[in-house]
Design a protein. Structure first.
Length: 214
């Protein structure tokens, strides 16, 4: 069943608290963006500033140049899922194995230019594969539906992988993305910048849960 997960992309601890407060009445799973200011152009809050309510499930999306520097800090936070980008220079396979050995799901993110066949070994090892159609380190981006073709290719490599989508999810495209095979909709601005975040979330949940032809 497809799920809608609010994103938090902020640079200060006060903004982080405010973002969590904005979604606390309805969120049960949260997507936390972390950027080192190198892989992505801007820097978010530090790892030691990340927290979430105990009853929530947390996914950490790490936009970092060297995952080996950060992986231990993220593991110590005990999230449900840690996602690194395959476009980094470091060898991600040992990082994925380390995360899974700690009892945490390991995820990878593929940017628009990345072809699944080029990272077959990482897709095979991952629990979660995120199709990234956004702008690194900030809310927004465009949901390029051409990227949906990647889902078929990813599933051919790892049929068990949970498929995430990050970037440009709005009410107008949520149904098409769901029909295209997206399991997890990471939604930033459409919820966080909404006048009524809870109503915006509920509308998206209804849209991705619709049945029928595209």
């Amino acid at each position: 069943m497809a799920v809608v997960v609010p994103c938090v992309t902020v640079s200060t601890s006060d903004d982080y608290k405010e973002s969590l407060t904005r979604v606390h009445t309805f969120a049960r799973r949260i997507h936390i963006d972390f950027s080192d200011g190198t892989f992505a152009p801007n820097q978010t809050i530090m790892a030691n500033q990340i927290w979430w309510p105990q009853e929530w499930q947390a996914d950490i999306h790490a936009m970092v140049a060297d995952p080996t520097v950060h992986v231990d800090s993220f593991i110590a936070l005990r999230p449900s899922l840690i996602i690194f980008h395959v476009e980094v220079q470091a060898d991600l396979l040992p990082v994925i194995q380390k995360i899974k050995s700690a009892g945490i799901k390991a995820g990878i993110a593929l940017m628009k230019q990345t072809v699944p066949s080029d990272v077959t070994h990482l897709i095979s090892a991952a629990d979660h594969v995120m199709v990234f159609s956004g702008d690194l380190g900030k809310y927004g981006g465009t949901a390029s539906l051409m990227q949906l073709e990647k889902i078929r290719l990813i599933k051919n490599i790892n049929a068990a992988a949970e498929i995430g989508w990050d970037g440009g999810v709005i009410l107008d495209n949520a149904f098409s993305l769901a029909q295209g095979g997206v399991d997890v909709f990471y939604v930033g601005g459409a919820i966080q910048k909404a006048t009524d975040p809870e109503s915006a979330y509920a509308a998206l949940v209804k849209e991705v849960g619709k049945q029928g032809a595209m």
